[in-house]
Design a protein around this ligand. Structure first.
Ligand code: B16
Ligand code: MG
Length: 219
């Protein structure tokens, strides 16, 4: 039987995925590596250094920088991102998320967060959601980021539940791969094209339906 929901943060609970995009895009422009929203789909759910690496490869510039220079490029992106998230408040919780969290709670299920972001605690605190979750697994807790299943498996273990008793919710292709690799039921939020491996897909969070998700999980 279903015991827990495990949520991704950026792009599911709040629109911080857009801030990651804007900050990477600005860095890309500095480096003469312009990129599209379509390319950005490949960065979603991917760790900071892996994202930088993908951008450098896109521009054919992967051999142009020392490790130290790469670190400072990543730091520059993060400084920009941190400025963008400064004004996040509980009003930035995406539509449909609060009623879904309330229903999960009302049903006595557990709630976990699985975010590879080093800024996850800051964002969750700003949203006023930090204490709503039984467990928050972020970059500090894990060795391998998404698409590796480690982060969702760790969340399930810390919640004390079997992976098969969990539903994961993600906006990123790498995240859906992580959920499926963990042996969980995957709900995708976004385009059916990039999230094809999810068990159930909603175009946006306002359409998330607890009853429908659970019905499909039980099928
Ligand atoms: P940071 P999630 C991920 O968070 C983002 O989707 C991804 O775009 C970002 O690069 C990554 O966190 C690392 O974030 O630079 O703040 O450590 O989707 O797993 O909540
Ligand atoms: Mg995400």
């Amino acid at each position: 039987p279903l015991q827990a929901f495990i949520f991704d943060l950026d792009g599911v609970i709040t629109e911080s995925a857009e801030y990651h995009y804007l900050a990477w895009k600005a860095l890309g422009e500095d480096l003469n590596i312009p990129f599209t929203r379509e390319f950005n789909e490949e960065l979603k759910g991917v760790s900071r250094m892996d994202s930088l690496e993908k951008i450098l490869v896109l521009g054919g510039r992967q051999n142009d920088f020392t490790q130290e220079q790469k670190n400072s490029l990543a730091e520059k992106k993060n400084d920009h991102y941190c400025t963008l998230i400064q004004n996040i408040t509980p009003a930035d919780i995406l539509p449909g998320i609060e009623p879904l969290l309330a229903e999960i709670r009302a049903q006595g299920l557990k709630l976990g967060l699985a975010s590879v972001s080093k800024n996850a605690f800051t964002v969750m605190t700003s949203l006023g959601l930090k204490d709503e979750f039984d467990v928050i697994v972020d970059a500090a807790t894990i060795a391998k980021g998404k698409p590796d299943p480690e982060i969702f498996l760790t969340a399930a273990r810390l919640l004390g539940v079997e992976a098969s008793a969990c539903i994961g919710v993600e906006d990123a292709a790498a995240g859906v791969d992580s959920i499926k690799g963990a042996g969980m039921f995957a709900v995708g939020v976004g385009s059916a094209e990039s999230l094809a491996k999810a068990d159930l897909i909603y175009p946006n969070t306002s359409l998330l339906s607890y009853a429908e998700i659970v019905e499909k999980y039980q099928q």
